[in-house]
Design a protein around this ligand. Structure first.
Ligand SMILES: Nc1nc2c(ncn2[C@@H]2O[C@H](COP(=O)(O)OP(=O)(O)OP(=O)(O)O)[C@@H](O)[C@H]2O)c(=O)[nH]1
Ligand SMILES: [Mg+2]
Length: 788
């Protein structure tokens, strides 16, 4: 929660120069050893802390920094260090055993969802963190859907923060089923809260060790954080003589059961493994003797097929479980050659996707790329296929967060940085110059989520105008979810949320050092299609070219979207399909086709309603046969498409107005609950839930069943009953409120909640899409935008 973080992390100690670093620069050619992977999760679940721990364990750092002191490697922007939250994703190569991970630490806050979007586009697998006090949270589901969208099928769950009071291994695992993340979560490790059996009965929180159920050993961390490995017996009777987990320890009698469950669950998704188990002698010790390499191989195959969701556990802050995360990333996540990508070749031509573009004062434009085919060297001349521009490579870098090492080549499957590209933006495809047209098709694009909030940017003086415009242009090139335009002489910025714009304001001042003020912030409204029927011949556009009348019939079928249809983010919540029902891509991603010139016109008309000037949404547009348009000049096709669509929208008369809604999760003391709820309802909010653990919406009803799945017992997390802890003192009892509310009324919610809750309230806000506004709000909005 951002609010709490700002307070908690006021100390700023920057990393000392004595911290040692070891780089991975030797070019590794074997793509099967690459793991391009992202850490994704709800805000605050410990991604940056885990990244730092991984860097320490992999000997990249000799001392780890912490988010709490603003000294981590990947949160290097001043604003990230001040606030203790990640704002932009950072990619960092890590050597572990004989693997090379390209690890991308992403932000958890939904306002920076674009960063997760672009990381998801280019990774082959992901580690999803969960705070084991909270279980699955709203943005856990958000990032899960983003990974789905980009086809990142193989994921590992890391149940973090098991050292915290109230952390529960059991509830966290059950929450994966309850929220339908995966029907088959599989615990590969068990937490050992304490090696002292008494702590289990006393409800002592902690995590001192882990059981690796696959490799069948115990890892024990001592007071200094040093780890020792203890093999577990291969014979059930030998547990009587085991020192590390003595028979009096509650885990002693449970471990064999957990291992048997793991192997049996695995056999349910692998016939070959089932055969192996069926041929074992009828003795539980036989399950302990199954070759671990064999188990690992079957786990890998099942993970790559997406049939199981491996779950590991630990506490990143104490480095407990970090080695296991890395081992299992290597063992279970796919390499570039394990995933069917659209263009995947280990030989020329070169094909790359630019997934992120950054501006650096010293280095200039830095383009982050993933190599999908061939090998990129400094000598390669590239063509940007989206912009039809030649690009020259000046340098190739591997980037260690803010530090860089120059390399001679980026091999197939790798992730790195190119310096010197002039035109490339996030989502563009680059190929080696001179390749045949068949290689020029663009890789799938990265789509920024729709903006929901806007503000005007007012340069302090006339001489500040150009620097402000340049800074905005640069910032929007690095962050495509920030849109900039000029309306009636005013510069407007549009972003994904209040925090997004606040950060933009800070970065423009701190990093670009330009002089400006932000005007009042307002949310972005939309208009939907009206209900009147169009006039006949609305789809024919007549104009004059060189004095001759020209008439163009544009094949468009237009209607409002049905409630069950989901808008396409590429089209800002509208649906645009071709003759065969296939989604039409954004115009810039396939230049040269008449369909795209129509698409350009459609985009034009949708951006601005003739009734309200608001962007249009919830329209379903089918572009029919474009063959008849074939020989016309592009500007005529685009102009005709825009004109007929605008006419159709005008004929339909003004439609409903929609505004962005947010889902709020608020935590306040019992005594302030009444005030908070009253404020919510007075401002158009709808209370969904006032309880702690009840599901947030009907979507969450009916989780996956837990039959045949190993569910750890309650006692495994001695302090793991959050409700009993939270409710132990009635005067400080915390209550959670979940609500849906119009964003426009909650732009300044952090200060309002502070006063409503005497400074103790916390909240999270995530986008909940656009909703139609009632009649009285509609008039207010039209007045607000100067149309009534
Ligand atoms: N007790 C405990 N605290 C942890 C652990 N891991 C992280 N934290 C704390 O949790 C807070 C958030 O950690 P971060 O690493 O910034 O979380 P994040 O997921 O990177 O957050 P965003 O990038 O802002 O989404 C910090 O105060 C950490 O010190 C853990 O294992 N145990
Ligand atoms: Mg972070």
């Amino acid at each position: 929660m951002v609010l709490s973080k700002c307070v908690r992390r006021s100390v700023r100690i920057f990393k000392s120069s004595s911290i040692g670093r070891h780089y991975v620069t030797a070019a590794i050619q074997d793509a099967s050893k690459f793991r391009n992977m992202a850490l994704v999760a709800h805000i605050d679940s410990g991604k940056t802390t885990l990244t730092e721990s991984i860097l320490l364990k992999s000997s990249y750092l000799s001392a780890s920094g912490t988010v709490d002191t603003g000294s981590t490697t990947t949160d290097f922007l001043p604003v990230e260090r001040e606030r203790g939250i990640t704002i932009q994703s950072a990619s960092i190569p890590v050597k572990w055993k004989d693997w090379t991970f390209n690890l991308i630490d992403t932000p958890g806050h939904a306002d920076f969802g674009m960063e997760v979007e672009s990381a998801s586009r280019i990774v082959d697998g992901a580690v999803v963190l969960i705070d084991s006090v909270e279980g699955v949270e709203s943005q856990t589901k958000g990032v899960w859907r983003q990974l789905d969208r980009y086809g990142v099928g193989t994921r590992i769950i890391f149940l973090n923060k098991l050292d915290r009071p109230g952390a529960s291994f059991r509830s966290s695992l059950l929450s994966l089923l309850k929220h339908r993340l995966h029907p088959n979560p599989m615990a590969l490790t068990l937490p050992i809260a304490s090696f002292n059996p008494r702590h289990y009965s006393e409800g002592e929180p902690g995590i001192q060790g882990l059981v690796d159920l696959v490799r069948w050993n115990v890892l024990k961390w001592d007071e200094e954080g040093e780890v020792s490995t203890h093999p577990l017996p291969k014979n059930v009777d030998d547990f009587q003589n085991l020192d590390v987990i003595p028979p009096s320890h509650p885990l002693s009698s449970h471990l064999v059961f957990a291992r048997v469950q793991l192997l049996e669950n695995l056999s349910m998704v692998s016939e070959e493994f089932m055969e192996i188990l069926l041929n074992l002698p009828p003795d539980p010790s036989a399950y302990l003797q199954v070759d671990n390499m064999l188990v690992m191989r079957h786990l890998r195959e099942a993970s790559l097929r997406g049939q199981i969701l491996p779950v590991i556990s630990g506490a990143a802050m104490k480095h407990v479980g970090t080695d296991l995360v890395m081992d299992y990333v290597g063992e279970l996540l796919p390499s570039p050659v394990d995933v069917a990508h659209e263009a995947q070749r280990n030989h020329p031509p070169v094909q790359l996707l630019a997934w992120k573009v950054n501006w650096d004062e010293k280095r200039g434009w830095m383009t982050f790329v993933r190599v999908y085919s061939g090998k990129l060297t400094r000598q390669t001349t590239l063509v940007n296929t989206n912009r039809n521009q030649k690009e020259k490579v000046a340098k190739l870098l591997l980037l260690y967060a803010s530090e860089a090492k120059e390399v001679d080549e980026l091999p197939f499957g790798s992730v790195g940085v190119i310096l010197g590209l002039k035109y490339t933006r996030t989502g563009d495809t680059l190929v080696s110059a001179g390749v045949s047209d068949s290689f020029k098709s663009a890789l799938r694009d990265i789509t920024p989520p729709p903006p929901v909030i806007s503000a005007s940017v007012i340069p302090r003086s006339h001489s500040d105008l150009q620097p402000v415009q340049n800074a905005l242009e640069s910032l929007s090139r690095t962050d495509p979810s920030l849109r900039v335009d000029v309306q009636e002489g005013q510069i407007l910025v549009h972003g994904l949320g209040a925090l997004h714009l606040e950060i933009v304001e800070g970065r423009l001042k701190d990093e670009w050092k330009v002089n400006f003020e932000f005007g009042r912030r307002y949310v972005s409204y939309r208009e939907a299609l009206g209900s009147m029927l169009p006039s006949p011949e609305w789809d024919v556009w007549q104009t004059e070219v060189s004095g001759k009348p020209v008439s163009v019939k544009v094949p468009l079928a237009i209607r409002s979207m049905e409630p069950q249809e989901k808008g396409d983010p590429v089209w800002d919540g509208n649906i645009v399909i071709d003759e065969k029902g296939k989604p039409v891509p954004a115009p810039e991603s396939m230049p040269g086709s008449p369909l795209i010139y129509v698409a350009e016109g459609v985009l034009n008309a949708l951006s601005n309603s003739p009734h309200s000037t608001l962007p249009m949404t919830h329209l379903h547009i089918q572009v029919g046969d474009v063959k008849n348009l074939g020989s016309r000049v592009p500007s005529i096709i685009t102009g005709a498409a825009a004109a007929v669509l605008r006419k159709r929208i005008r004929d339909a008369s003004m439609g409903p107005i929609l505004e962005p809604f947010v889902a709020l999760k608020i935590s306040v003391g019992e005594s302030n609950l009444g005030k908070v709820v009253k404020d919510l309802t007075e401002r158009g909010g709808e209370i969904l839930d006032l309880d702690e653990d009840a599901p947030a919406s009907s979507e969450d009803m009916g989780g996956y069943p837990d039959d045949g799945i190993y569910i750890p017992p309650d006692w495994m997390s001695p302090s793991g009953s959050p409700s009993s802890l939270v409710r132990s003192s009635s005067s400080h009892m915390k209550r959670n409120v979940e609500a849906i509310a119009p964003l426009s009324q909650f732009l300044d919610y952090s200060s309002r909640l502070r006063s409503l809750s005497e400074g103790h309230g916390l909240f999270e806000m995530t986008g909940a899409g656009f909703r139609e506004v009632p009649e009285e709000r509609r008039m207010d909005i039209l007045r607000e935008i100067g149309r009534a």
